[in-house]
Design a protein around this ligand. Structure first.
Ligand code: ADP
Length: 296
């Protein structure tokens, strides 16, 4: 490692005659802690230079800071709006019953959204901490997809979209917690509907994973929507991340984080391929049922 700052720590150690340390920021978001200490037998015998890679810890710290600031931001907006509505009511709108009812309805919408967000956060932390054990059963893939399609078909129609399902016959069963996987599919299809302009297509499909991982089924949700800018793709599964706040349509940014943790709890992967103004395809893998079944 050729960096004058390492030499500086070493020089300080020589000068002070005792252990010296410093944290250095390198290129590419890498952080290194340098510790230089004289040998116990005496500095004449040399110095021990320790380099610790702190990049991972630093990244975790950044994620934690971002999380707190995002959460505060997400709560501040609806709270400010409720406060403004309360002030308006107090300043006289309460004497005007039709207006008062309208204001109360808007307050209710804000409160419902905050409640939804808190529920999603709790769900996320339950999945992450392993407190929500999966109830795994062999399940056929169409039983995962069909109920979601039934539920969202009308909404897709209202949005002027065509919702298709492409399912090969004889797909093997997967070992999943069906309710949780349906929530993942629901979230992906819901997003596809939200981010696709009228006249577009949303296609839910399933296939046996290619040879690289033959023990899985891959479920995909493809849309012909606005797509995701390339620079946002690596962060799209983070809590609260929204590619384009102005166009995110009032979502919380938690849906994909929950999807990721649910899929990972099933030992699966989730990923996205997307081109701006062309569309996005979200895919995730689910493990097949292995014979003999453990719960037979
Ligand atoms: P929400 O939809 O509640 O904002 P998500 O975690 O489900 O939260 O999605 C995070 C962000 O990812 C969205 O705000 C949006 O910017 C982007 N996104 C998700 N799905 C799509 C999609 N199908 N097309 C374009 N952008 C998407």
């Amino acid at each position: 490692m050729r960096d004058y700052r390492v030499a500086e720590v070493w020089l300080a150690c020589i000068k002070e005659g005792c252990e010296q340390s410093a944290t250095l920021e390198l290129a590419n978001d890498a952080y290194v802690r340098v510790i230089v200490t004289p040998f116990l037998l005496g500095a004449a015998n040399g110095y021990l230079v320790l380099l610790q890679d702190l990049s991972h810890l630093h990244r975790l710290e950044t994620v934690r800071r971002d999380f707190v600031s995002n959460l505060s931001h997400e709560l501040r907006t609806p709270l400010a709006s409720i406060k403004a509505l309360v002030d308006t009511l107090r300043d006289g709108a309460i004497e005007d019953p039709p207006a008062a009812v309208r204001f109360l309805e808007r307050m209710e919408v804000e409160v419902d959204e905050m409640t939804q967000m808190v529920q999603e956060l709790l769900e996320l932390s339950r999945i992450e901490s392993g407190q929500a054990p999966l109830r795994l059963f062999p399940t056929s893939v169409d039983k995962l997809i069909e109920p979601v399609i039934e539920r969202l078909r009308a909404q897709a129609g209202r949005a002027g979209l065509t919702l298709n399902v492409v399912l090969p016959a004889n797909l093997p069963e997967v070992m999943v917690d069906a309710d949780r996987v349906r929530t993942v599919i629901l979230n992906l299809v819901h997003n596809a509907i939200k981010f696709t302009p009228p006249g577009g297509f949303v296609t839910v499909s399933a296939r046996l994973a290619p040879d690289a991982s033959p023990d899985a089924v891959v479920i995909s949700v493809a849309d012909t929507g606005i797509g995701i800018p390339a620079e946002d793709v690596p962060r799209i599964f983070e809590r609260f991340y929204k590619a384009d706040r102005a166009r995110s349509g009032g979502g919380t940014g938690l849906g994909l984080a929950i999807a990721k943790h649910t899929v990972q709890a099933h030992n699966g992967h989730i990923w996205v391929e997307s081109t701006e103004n062309v569309g996005s395809t979200f895919s995730f893998s689910l493990p097949l049922v292995h014979l003999p079944l453990t719960n037979q």
